[in-house]
Write a protein of this length. Structure first.
Length: 488
């Protein structure tokens, strides 16, 4: 009866595959990761052309300025070693000053590289391919800058480099590091982080180093072909090589993923395991990790947007890439803002008068200017990324990324100094001010970082050519056969 009714009403009868076709959801178009349908040859020429062409004039001027700024750090550290740590503005009660602030700042800068390379790799986020190489390099250079401060803050730096002082080593005096100290934990965390990050970066470079080797050989530039060939370690692009490469890359991604969480967690323990008001809190590990990723992506935007403009790489670093990085910056910035609010709530909820005073003093005490600078840059600034027009304005995104970096430095300054300057005993309260040596040493590290990054841009492929090719439509075996959309 029902069948007759349906036939008489003219409604189509759907069976099997017909039903599935009716309920199949529409496939949303994905943003292109390489615009203008660029060919494999164009991608190779574009990326390799940076290291093959003549050195541009802007690079020489930038290198000259970077070397000049880096000399500030060299002079500051030489004066520190020859004179003593009294040249830094350290005094009771603020026995930790800019050194620990700068150390935590630079370690945080490096976190975006590991996140992009490891976690986004495991999550199959294909947009990472255009920025992962530079972000990984940035991680290594940031770790180099960070490592200067804990080594030189020991004063007699040659002892810090001897076996048995920071790194445990059997010796006749029976001297061993204090394994209860979080500063000793930092030694292991940072050395592991730097080693794995360098391995990850180098393994990803192998196919592109081999490409550079072959192109220089064809061009008759034998010296550079031999140099790149040495570092390419005999890569031929065979099936066996690619199989081993992908397995090694995946294993390193798995090893690096816990490091994203553990390294800055251990850095946060420098503060959290103490009993100083404002530091003794369990929110520090997730709070520091979110802040590190936040500042890291800020630095990635600061570096990549000018390079995108200089080398006209709009087809490789698209608006979609900028959108993704802005959204991650927005998410982590909101997490950091939530952590700021929760610190005040926990201080009130604990009913501890010392904790309550520490946070009121942060917001309204002698360092209120630093606290509200931090809030403005870290909480208010990233909220502008909610708006598409802001994310599509490249110049504005670049300016906001600089504010993010400024705010994250002030966060570390506020955490370190405000809690120490107003401790348990009012009789020992003081006001911390950095010396000229402090300031020069810190700002010089931006020169050290810039020198290393400029060398990377000039002599190493800026992007992972093989990985970028893998996300283009022509890399899909089903492209052009009606199945490409489903497999994208």
């Amino acid at each position: 009866m029902s069948q007759a009714h349906s036939q008489s009403s003219g409604a189509p009868i759907l069976h099997g595959a017909g039903v599935l076709r009716e309920v199949e959801p529409a496939v949303l178009p994905r943003p292109k990761l390489v615009e203008n349908d660029r060919s494999f040859a164009w991608i190779t020429d574009k990326v390799m052309g940076i290291i093959e062409g003549p050195t541009p004039r802007w690079w020489w001027w930038s290198m000259a300025v970077a070397v000049f700024v880096a000399s500030f750090t060299v002079m500051g550290l030489a004066y520190l070693v020859s004179t003593g740590t009294g040249t830094w503005g350290l005094a009771n009660p603020v026995n930790w000053g800019w050194a620990i602030v700068n150390f935590v700042f630079w370690i945080g800068i490096g976190h975006a590289g590991t996140l992009i390379s490891a976690i986004l790799c495991l999550l199959r986020q294909k947009w990472r391919t255009s920025v992962n190489r530079a972000a990984e390099a940035m991680t290594i250079f940031a770790v180099v800058c960070a490592g200067l401060f804990p080594v030189f803050h020991t004063g007699r730096v040659w002892f810090a480099l001897y076996p048995g002082f920071l790194f445990p080593f059997p010796n006749s005096n029976g001297i061993w590091p204090n394994f209860h100290s979080p500063l000793e934990w930092d030694v292991f965390a940072i050395s592991t982080y730097g080693t794995v990050s360098a391995l990850f970066w180098y393994v990803g470079l192998l196919p592109d180093l081999a490409t550079a080797r072959d192109r220089f050989f064809v061009a008759g530039r034998m010296m550079r072909a031999k140099i790149y060939g040495f570092f390419a370690m005999g890569w031929r692009g065979s099936n066996r090589h690619w199989s081993n490469y992908e397995m090694a890359y995946l294993l390193l991604a798995g090893l690096s993923t816990p490091l994203v969480l553990s390294v800055h967690t251990i850095v946060s323990f420098d503060f959290a395991v103490s009993l100083v008001p404002g530091w003794h809190t369990t929110i520090f590990p997730p709070y520091f990790v979110a802040g590190a990723i936040f500042s890291g992506f800020g630095m990635v935007l600061t570096l990549m947007l000018p390079l995108r403009s200089i080398y006209r790489m709009n087809d490789l670093i698209t608006q979609y890439h900028i959108d993704c990085m802005c959204k991650i910056t927005l998410a982590t910035g909101t997490m950091v803002g939530y952590a700021y609010a929760m610190e005040f709530f926990i201080a009130w909820y604990s009913a501890n008068p010392f904790e309550g005073f520490a946070f009121i003093n942060r917001a309204f005490g002698h360092y209120a200017w630093a606290y509200w600078t931090m809030i403005s840059c870290n909480v208010i600034t990233p909220q502008l990324f909610w708006f598409r027009k802001v994310r599509e304005n490249t110049a504005l995104v670049w300016v906001l990324s600089i504010f993010v970096n400024v705010g994250m430095w002030f966060e570390r300054f506020v955490i370190t100094v405000t809690s120490l300057a107003r401790d348990f005993l009012p009789s020992s309260w003081g006001y911390y001010s950095p010396t000229v040596v402090d300031i020069f040493t810190y700002f010089g590290t931006f020169g050290v970082f810039s020198v290393l990054f400029l060398l990377f841009v000039r002599f190493v492929p800026l992007m992972a050519v093989a990985e970028i090719k893998a996300v283009t439509p022509q890399a899909d075996a089903h492209a052009g056969h009606g199945h490409g959309e489903a497999h994208h």
